[in-house]
Design a protein around this ligand. Structure first.
Ligand code: ZN
Length: 194
């Protein structure tokens, strides 16, 4: 079973979501929701899904970057984007800290803005303090593409979408991404479009 992913325009995507208590996290309803969100993310497929995207205004997101997704990318793309497999996990009530000043620009998409991608500048190193699916405190240190996923999902919990941060002139449909931009470096894309 999977959940319906809400699309841009639904006010739930623009709300500040509320934190969960430890008791709520351990409740059968939240544990079931986590299972359903995992299935929904995998079927989409996506590398992250935040609760507002399935219509729930709570501070919970699921993340997973599967090894099989990486097989679709060239070695150059994997190296350039600093992407690596990330096991399934849950972040709840996250606090994000940007570490250092380095950032990177890459195309990014969102299951709630279906069919489009655009270049977004994101910090390369972050720390996230949050609770896991058992309500235990954890600290995540992330870099590269994983840091991008965390920033994207935590934005969702605060009512922000990548379109608020994108370089607007780089917006493309998925079809045109394949047709025009996939084979170009991000520098070439920006030179041509900006
Ligand atoms: Zn998203």
């Amino acid at each position: 079973m999977k959940l319906k992913i809400v699309q841009a325009g639904d006010p739930v995507l623009r709300k500040q979501s509320r934190p969960l208590t430890k008791d709520e996290i351990r409740s059968p309803s939240i544990q079931l929701l986590i299972d359903l969100m995992r299935n929904t993310m995998r079927e989409a497929p996506g590398v992250g899904l935040a609760a507002p995207q399935i219509g729930k205004s709570i501070q919970l997101a699921v993340i997973e970057d599967r090894a099989e997704y990486l097989t679709r990318l060239s070695e150059d793309e994997i190296a350039e984007t600093q992407r690596s497999a990330i096991p399934f996990h849950v972040i709840i009530n996250p606090k994000l800290t940007i570490l250092g000043k380095s950032s990177a620009q890459f195309f990014e998409g969102c299951l709630s803005v279906a069919g489009y991608q655009a270049v977004v500048d994101r910090a390369l190193n972050v720390r996230v303090e949050c609770l896991n699916e058992q309500g235990e405190k954890i600290t995540i240190k992330a870099q590269g593409w994983y840091a991008r996923i965390l920033q994207h999902e935590i934005d969702h919990l605060n009512g922000t979408l990548y379109i608020d941060r994108m370089k607007t002139r780089t917006l493309t449909t998925g079809e045109n991404m394949t047709k025009f931009w996939n084979d170009q470096s991000i520098e070439q894309v920006l030179t041509e479009l900006e």
